[in-house]
Ligand binder design. Structure first.
Ligand SMILES: *[C@@H]1O[C@H](CO)[C@@H](O)[C@H](O)[C@H]1NC(C)=O
Ligand SMILES: *[C@@H]1O[C@H](CO)[C@@H](O)[C@H](O)[C@H]1NC(C)=O
Ligand SMILES: *[C@@H]1O[C@H](CO)[C@@H](O)[C@H](O)[C@H]1NC(C)=O
Ligand SMILES: *[C@@H]1O[C@H](CO)[C@@H](O)[C@H](O)[C@H]1NC(C)=O
Ligand SMILES: *[C@@H]1O[C@H](CO)[C@@H](O)[C@H](O)[C@H]1NC(C)=O
Ligand SMILES: *[C@@H]1O[C@H](CO)[C@@H](O)[C@H](O)[C@H]1NC(C)=O
Ligand SMILES: *[C@@H]1O[C@H](CO)[C@@H](O)[C@H](O)[C@H]1NC(C)=O
Ligand SMILES: *[C@@H]1O[C@H](CO)[C@@H](O)[C@H](O)[C@H]1NC(C)=O
Ligand SMILES: *[C@@H]1O[C@H](CO)[C@@H](O)[C@H](O)[C@H]1NC(C)=O
Ligand SMILES: *[C@@H]1O[C@H](CO)[C@@H](O)[C@H](O)[C@H]1NC(C)=O
Length: 584
């Protein structure tokens, strides 16, 4: 006997699981797929044989190659490629979108299941009328389920026939002709419209057919009736399948008869395989599920990320606030990018000179202000700040070399420049006391003579805006994302991905994608900066004061490499143009 010891959940499907039944895109998936996610199985035995759960799936003591597959009886299947209905597999249709119609799965978007028969939809609003289909230009009338073509716009059912509501009356399923203006039709009974979904069939079974339960007929040579319920066509050799009871909350239920949405049961309607809160619905319904409740007439309606229903042609939702459409969101309101600029959710007038600095704007052309990582500085009111002052993170440094900026990823600190001191990450130690290896400080045991003439040795991670045109713009520059870093003795090895080389020749910019991944080797591990996997860096093969590749921090936090590439070109182009003008 197999005892379920472990609920095995296929890892990549965890996000499909209840509650909510959603795939990463947020689209709901068929509730019937849920029962196939949790495959109970013995940890290491299939029948009496041991097996490897990382390579096989065990379904009712039958071993199948492939880990984490779903079981359909004794067969194994991949839930994204097939569906399981009462122990039978339907290929080429994922359980995530299908519903069962007897033993076969169907896609409720294009088919309907009418009394266990799969019928092609003629129109999106096709419905079942007993064993047949009917559309909006038709009626399904009476206990005999007659499909009638509407004779007029206002026709409705009266018993097994139709009538024109504007001219005729229907009393107790009988037609009463000649309706006078404003005359009430029937005294007590108002137009009885039979429910078209009732599966009741009163007609006698035809020759060769047998009764199934109390109200259905079936052909025993091609169809199946199991314990009084009609199952439709069956695959040869198929015996009546006993549905394993499932649980809805703590209650046991029969998934053939009922559907469980958010712990509450409702009658199962074939094709309605999605849950919206506690209500079942179908992808073919004219309904939208938003914030766990159904909204009817979905045409032109959308659900915003925070669960508001809105009409994109008339509304734009920005941070839960409803605005007029046509513009773009800026915080909770909208702005027109042709005339306005949005800075961290605050809008301002836009012109070509205007740029964002944090939430405010400034004129970047007149050189009176400088923006350092979102903080705006007025160069005139700061005595020691001139147009040559540089940023250190969000701080503006004094002009000249009185201050030193030490940068580690995410932290930039300003120190008064001291001879014989050198940056180590964001620290600024006396180089006679401390050595620095890849951003890590070590006390010196041997006496050390500071190199250079007391000026600050370059921080290993440079800041792009500290670079001079001549150092950067006429050289080959690379942009890439660090995948992994490893130290090999004195050396350092780096694997980069999405690497692009950039060159600017006579103002012609060229970006070339390099082999992916790219392997970089540095001869001196200690003099390299601390590189964070996942971060994008700019680097050069030859740098001032450095024997190795030198890394430069990216143009912006987490900006896309494309932006960095374009930013580099536009910076260098204006740099070269202005230096050209100066020499003229
Ligand atoms: C599947 O497993 C989850 C968590 O183990 C459980 O909450 C859920 O009820 C299970 N579903 C079924 C249909 O057994
Ligand atoms: C199921 O198929 C999908 C798509 O072909 C595949 O990505 C996935 O790994 C398969 N799952 C299993 C358990 O084989
Ligand atoms: C259907 O009825 C509406 C009024 O309810 C009318 O405007 C329209 O012309 C009718 N269409 C047909 C095909 O009779
Ligand atoms: C409606 O008609 C049925 C038979 O056609 C009859 O038995 C029943 O009494 C009628 N009901 C009323 C309210 O007239
Ligand atoms: C057959 O149906 C009856 C009544 O619906 C139920 O009590 C019984 O358990 C069913 N038997 C099987 C084998 O499904
Ligand atoms: C979403 O539903 C919850 C509870 O059902 C309700 O509290 C919340 O206000 C709803 N959100 C929106 C945006 O309607
Ligand atoms: C920005 O400054 C430049 C140069 O001083 C000036 O020509 C321009 O009009 C200013 N723009 C705005 C929007 O103030
Ligand atoms: C960079 O990221 C930090 C932390 O995420 C943030 O505080 C800072 O404002 C960002 N700087 C820029 C220029 O976006
Ligand atoms: C800085 O301002 C001075 C005069 O105020 C000017 O001569 C110099 O060109 C400016 N430098 C830059 C980089 O704008
Ligand atoms: C740096 O350390 C050395 C060795 O202890 C010392 O001689 C020197 O004065 C220190 N420099 C500063 C500026 O403190």
């Amino acid at each position: 006997m197999i005892t379920p010891l472990l609920m095995f959940v296929w890892l990549s499907l965890t996000c499909y699981r209840a509650p909510g039944q959603v795939i990463p895109s947020g689209e709901p998936v068929s509730i019937h797929a849920e029962r196939f996610y949790n495959i109970s199985h013995q940890r290491d035995a299939c029948g009496t044989l041991g097996y490897d759960v990382t390579g096989f799936t065990c379904c009712e003591d039958v071993l199948h190659k492939g880990a984490g597959l779903s079981c359909c009886g004794r067969k194994a299947f991949n839930i994204t490629q097939a569906s399981c209905c009462q122990g039978q597999l339907t290929g080429h249709l994922s359980q995530l979108v299908s519903d069962c119609c007897g033993y076969k799965a169907f896609d409720p978007l294009n088919y309907l299941c009418c009394e266990s028969r799969i019928l092609k939809r003629n129109a999106p609003d096709s419905k079942c009328c007993g064993k047949e289909l009917y559309d909006s230009h038709q009626l399904c009338c009476g206990r005999q389920m007659n499909v009638l073509t509407k004779t007029s716009n206002v026709s409705v059912c009266c018993g097994n026939n139709q009538f024109d509501k504007s001219r005729q009356c229907c009393c107790n399923s009988t037609l009463v002709t000649a309706r006078r203006q404003n005359e009430k039709c029937c005294v007590s009974i108002t137009e009885p419209v039979p429910t078209p979904f009732s599966p009741g069939r009163t007609q006698r079974c035809t020759l060769g057919e047998e009764t199934c339960g109390t109200n259905a007929c079936y052909d025993p040579t091609t169809e199946q009736c199991c314990n009084g319920s009609f199952k439709g066509r069956y695959p040869s050799g198929q015996k009546c399948y006993e549905e394993i009871p499932a649980k809805c909350g703590s209650e046991q239920y029969n998934p053939e008869k009922d559907m469980c949405c958010a712990g509450s049961l409702s009658n199962r309607v074939r094709g309605k395989n999605l849950c919206c809160g506690a209500k079942p619905y179908s992808v073919a319904d004219d309904s939208l599920c938003c914030n766990h409740s159904l909204v009817h007439e979905r045409t032109d309606k959308r659900c915003s990320q925070d669960g508001h229903v809105y009409q994109p042609s008339r509304q734009l939702v920005c941070n839960s606030y409803v605005n007029r459409p046509g513009n773009h969101c800026c915080g909770t309101t909208t702005y027109d990018p042709q005339t306005e600029i949005c800075c961290e959710g605050h809008k301002h007038c836009w012109s070509a000179d205007v740029a964002c600095c944090g939430r405010v704007t400034y004129n970047r052309s007149n050189g009176q202000k400088k923006c350092c990582a979102g903080t705006l500085y007025d160069l005139h009111t700061h005595g020691r700040h001139t147009n040559e002052s540089q940023c250190c993170g969000s701080l503006l440094m004094e002009a000249g070399s009185t201050q030193t900026c030490c940068v580690a990823s995410g932290l930039a600190l300003v120190y008064p420049t001291q001879p014989g001191f050198a940056c180590c990450g964001h620290h600024y130690p006396n180089a006679s006391l401390w050595s620095c290896c890849a951003g890590v400080l070590k006390p010196r045991t041997e006496p050390y003579a500071a190199v250079g003439t007391g000026t600050n040795p370059d921080p290993r991670l440079l800041q792009l805006e500290h670079m001079k045109c001549k150092d950067l713009c006429h050289k080959k520059v690379y942009i890439g994302t660090v995948e992994t870093v490893s130290a090999r003795g004195e050396r350092m090895s780096i694997v980069m991905k999405n690497t692009v080389s950039l060159t600017l020749d006579h103002l012609v910019s060229q970006a070339v994608a390099l082999s992916d991944p790219l392997h970089l080797k540095l001869s001196d591990y200690c003099s390299s900066p601390k590189l964070i996997p996942g971060n994008t860096y700019i680097w050069m093969e030859t740098c001032p004061f450095m024997k190795d590749i030198c890394f430069i921090t990216d143009l912006r936090n987490n900006s896309s490499p494309i932006y960095s590439i374009l930013g580099f070109f536009s910076m260098c182009r204006s740099c070269i143009l202005s230096s050209g003008q100066n020499t003229n």
